[in-house]
Design a protein around this ligand. Sequence first.
Ligand code: SF4
Length: 920
Amino acid sequence: MDGNPELHVASADASETVTKTTCPYCGVGCGVLVAPSPDGLTARVEGDPDHPANFGRLCSKGAALGETLSLDDRLLTPQVDGQPATWKNALDRVADAFSRAISAHGPDSVAMYVSGQILTEDYYVANKLMKGFVGTANIDTNSRLCMASSVAGHKRAFGSDTVPGTYADLECADLVVLVGSNLAWCHPVLFQRLRQAREQRGTKVVVIDPRETATCEIADLHLALNPGTDVALFNGLLAHLADADCTDANYIDRHTNGFDAALSVARSFSLSRVADVTGLRGADIAAFYELVARTPRTVTVYSQGVNQSSAGTDKVNAIINCHLATGRIGKVGAGPFSVTGQPNAMGGRETGGLANMLAAHMELANAGHRDLVARFWGVDRVPDQPGLKAIDMFEAVASGEIKALWIMATNPVDSLPDADRVRAAIAQCPFVAVSDVTAKTDTTELAHVLLPALAWGEKDGTVTNSERRISRQRAFLHPPGEARADWWQICEVARRLGYGDAFSYAGPSHIFSEYAALTGFENAGTRDLDVSALAGIAPRDYAVLAPFQWPRPRDEAPRETRFFANGNFYTPDGRATFIETRFRPPASTPDEAYPLQLNTGRIRDQWHTMTRTAKTPRLAAHYSEPFAEIHPDDARAAGIATADLVELASPLGRVVVRAVITDRGKRGSVFVPMHWTGQFASDGRVCVLVEANTDPVSGQPELKYSPVSLRRVSPAWFGFAVTSRRPDPAQYAYAAIAPASGGGWRVELADSAQPESWDQLALDLLGGPASPGANAPGGDGAGNAEANGHVEVLSYHDAASNQHRFAAFADGACCGLLFVGPQPVAVSRTWAISQFASQIADGDRLRLLAGRPGAGVPDRGAIICACFEVGQNEITDAITRQGAVTVDAVGACTQAGTNCGSCRAELGRLIHEFALAKTG
Ligand code: SF4
């Protein structure tokens, strides 16, 4: 660390040190104030009222950050071949493997796969090493899966990867169109800002999404179009804008090229053809078109539903075409707006994290840029060919072309399409190093060398959010164990490869200073990204650097900026380019064998592959098990009931998940979240089903559309347990685990075979005594076992109905519960977990076996509000018995929805469902 890593701010408690930093989850980039506990294992976390991204707001994930600091699962020591090693040995091994591969097979035989979780300083040195010194462009980022299509669309239209607007535009707009964006769950604080603006000034909101997501809570119009048909819808809009005389002829004439050709393609999309392709009602399409036509202040927000498509770049350009045609770009309350998924996806774009980019938004394909960057770095040349994009990179690993691979802060075994093939490819790669904060992930299991990295709260650097705002992530904890910063690891390997002089940084401020200088190097307004005002920044100034938007050229003070209201695009002639966007359907189509269409995405309270969010029981309480949302008609046809287990299969693999029957999605489609890994579920890795179809321009994979089959699976038994032992899901035919309050684990189980001994199964799961004599298998009735003097197990067996129950106690407290039955276990999870680690009076112990709260003890039901842990039953009670008919009224009764607001959409749905039931 350099300089003073902590920015002290006023705290009511004088003994507290409060640090200003940035949330490590989504691309909203909220500022947070953190006051760690003296042992550093928890922290008080609040939204930073001064941060321009959130002005004090947080979502459920951000609010729970203080619960994710424990070191239980951390990688704290370097490892070589599964054994603890010194940093010297581990780094020597990485450098040696890279060096040997480069000598024998050339620089393109090595690769790095990095992540939108790393900081801008890490990204900068990783790219400098690979593209400047190793001599390969084989470095790509998991942001390829998230927003590569937006990058490609921006570059085709603007000549640069520029986000024109700011978050404030969503608050100033009269119409916000959300395309493929579940803003309520994926960018919750931005959603809160939009909802507040809508309440205050009546902003119209249109949601374009095949699913009725939580975001639809504020939609004036929801267009549930057929998946993958956005190009047709926006081509039709462009034609309508022209026909309705709503285009800006002056803007088109002065600042753009290619309008006539793009319009000519768009004109083939009549209203009836758009209706045919999208499956939308003509009247709804017309209403949308008319709303856009008459609303100059329109912002179109788009996200993964647009980007994660084999036509993602065309979708982006079809949207941008409409904004260029109306001149609604770079103006207050008007513009296209791509929102990124990861906290530093934008920083990665800016520093050349994509295999086809150079640092500081320069292009590998541009000889002038290559020359400029090479001179700045003091190298002879940088590669003149793009490197391997993520999908191609792992294909090259599979084919043996890549001999040495360094993975940093990401989990490709779970997050890339065709995930089992990716796992097999990594497993047979001659050398794999993984830098991570977590000891055991599905990817770290395959590494030859593990390098312990600093986590959020320990590392120090900058990130850029979706509105081009650069903020500091500051350390407020000491580095645990031997963990070291990613940038340090890269520089140490660079030094061992013989490039020490170019990588002798004193700290992250030194790296940032150099990066800032590069952005201004021979720029003079020719490139969008210029933060050269920060070149030469001193460590103490870097330590207190306030959030700012780029550009910030030398000698300019920070200010809010928008691009392109007056043209000045970064193309050779300064004009934007209309793209002829031709509709094409998704790459794979359902057939008889795989008749349904799989959509993947995020849920409200989990993040990526759960390495941080799964550390807090509060977030796990929302959805604690992988699931599939299935339309009622499809469920009926397959004989599937709510809570059944179902198998989804594609030609590539299978998953087994819990059925959630809902009409939120369209008939013929299923939705499965992306988060579950082999660490948390036996068969929940949804990317094993997804084909590696990519967009031909951006290389971004189609994660939103995969043909699959669906069938009910019929286990002989189901189980639910709460236990202090963390089970390994791989040990069970079906298992899903999640943390529970009280330090335990909640476990869902199922199997098609009966175990040899229920008591042994309970023993393995709960711990405690192996005492078959107390409850001989097959013996019915309640029993009592006492084996080691510390743990007492009560059990109940009814062999005829295949019901088995166990309750374990130690020192008067419940230390485990297991319920088994032939149907999905109906016991209240919230109640059972509340009993875990609680003192239970002798007279109440048999009650636990019944699996029901005692008289006078209400069952809260599934947790809806993570902040105040308010259950569904409590909310239903507020609606049905206390007469709460608005979300605010439910909040007044229960507190639900009154803090971060992430659950307000679900509260609205419960109120709506009650109203429907009452009327109908
Ligand atoms: Fe973090 Fe939530 Fe803000 Fe995203 S919206 S940055 S997850 S607090």
